[in-house]
Design a protein around this ligand. Structure first.
Ligand SMILES: C[S@@+](CC[C@H](N)C(=O)[O-])C[C@H]1O[C@@H](n2cnc3c(N)ncnc32)[C@H](O)[C@@H]1O
Length: 241
């Protein structure tokens, strides 16, 4: 990865940022799964499963896993008996997901903000550890609202800043020092893990996200904090017509 890329987080040029983000994810694929489990002490596996404690039944329904990466969440959706579309703009991530047999439905390469599907198509849309990488969140929320069927749900799993002050300080240190160190050693891409840590520290507040979801028509927005508040599951619904 070139070292002259700006790692600053800003929303000024979303398309440039997306190109950078796509290339970055393309570059960390070989060790991506391993590092997810190591850096979260294995809790990422539990968090993905916990999503379904808060969503409606999906057996036989058509669902979409947005920013699916290598497909760990897509595979859970598939095992629940749903018809799964898995969307990501990183071809390397999709390829790894297909190789490891996690993407058993329909893998699609596209931008999460301009999804190539008809309106009112899906009963559930999931996005795990993806939304904080999307610079133009407004476009994403509007498009996911469009493709969901009335009564359909959006479930977001994301890493966040813990509200407890002491845990927050430990978390800040972990993100700033340990995550790039361990990520760098295992993947050889320290800058990528510095960037990923920074996206957690600079992502919008949970209350702002709730306001945006409601602004674009979602109702019943509920938050379910995970493991000391370092991650959260957000579930909301497109109003039934
Ligand atoms: C941190 S990974 C999460 C992967 C997976 N959901 C998981 O649970 O491990 C974020 C993924 O989002 C994808 N991504 C980021 N921005 C995107 C966008 N605008 N459109 C489509 N995919 C995007 C990246 O390519 C990457 O595979």
């Amino acid at each position: 990865m070139p070292t002259n890329i700006s790692y600053e987080i800003n929303n000024k040029k979303p398309e440039d940022k997306k190109l950078f983000i796509r290339k970055m994810f393309d570059s960390i694929v070989p060790t991506y799964d391993l590092l997810n489990h190591v850096l979260s002490f294995g809790t990422d596996i539990l968090w993905r499963k916990n999503i379904f404690r808060h969503t409606k039944k999906i057996k036989g329904k058509t669902v979409i896993d947005i920013c699916c990466g290598t497909g760990d969440l897509s595979l859970i959706l598939y095992n629940k008996g749903s018809k799964v579309v898995s969307l990501d703009f990183s071809l390397n991530m999709l390829e790894k997901g297909v190789t490891k047999n996690a993407l058993r439905g329909h893998p699609v390469s596209a931008d999460a903000c301009w999804m190539p599907f008809k309106s009112n198509s899906f009963a559930l849309a999931t996005i795990a550890f993806g939304i904080r990488n999307i610079p133009d969140i407004d476009n994403f929320i509007q498009d996911v609202f469009r493709i969901l069927a009335p009564g359909g749900e959006l479930a977001i799993l994301e890493l966040v800043r813990p509200e407890n002050r002491i845990i927050g300080k430990i978390h800040y240190y972990y993100l700033g020092a340990m995550l790039p160190l361990i990520g760098g050693i295992i993947s050889g891409r320290k800058l990528a893990y510095q960037y990923l840590a920074k996206t957690i520290n600079t992502f919008i507040d949970q209350s702002e996200l709730k306001t945006m979801l409601k602004k674009y028509g979602f109702k019943n927005v509920a938050f379910y904090p995970q493991t000391l508040g370092v991650a959260t599951i957000i579930v909301c619904e497109k109003e039934m017509l």
